[in-house]
Design a protein around this ligand. Sequence first.
Ligand SMILES: [Zn+2]
Ligand SMILES: [Zn+2]
Length: 131
Amino acid sequence: MKEYSTRQRKLLTDFFKSHCDEQLTVKEIAQFNEISDNISKSALYRNMKKMLSDGVIQKYAKDGGREFVYQYIDKDKCAWHLHLKCTGCGKIIHLDDDATEYVKLLIKDKNNFSINEHKTILYGLCNTCSQ
Ligand SMILES: [Zn+2]
Ligand SMILES: [Zn+2]
């Protein structure tokens, strides 16, 4: 039983990693074959709850609505930079650490305000959607 849930956890982690620039609802996640073939709905919920509390994935309100989307967070990398979200296609862009530092310094300098990069998402349009 233990081994079984470890396998599910690994499968889910790999799934989230390979979709790390997307934000998906539980419904959407459950529809991928690799998930639906291997994990029951209840096990999916259980595992995701655990991954959320472990900080492996992050939960966001979908465009301010009542639905939630989930995204993989690389704790080592994502803790140090800002994220940009395209309101057209939902894509998440990871700003690099230098650019994050630059933006933070600029705002600190001009407005004497410290941005919390863990809680901040900048909304806009990606290259594809702005054309
Ligand atoms: Zn990131
Ligand atoms: Zn876009």
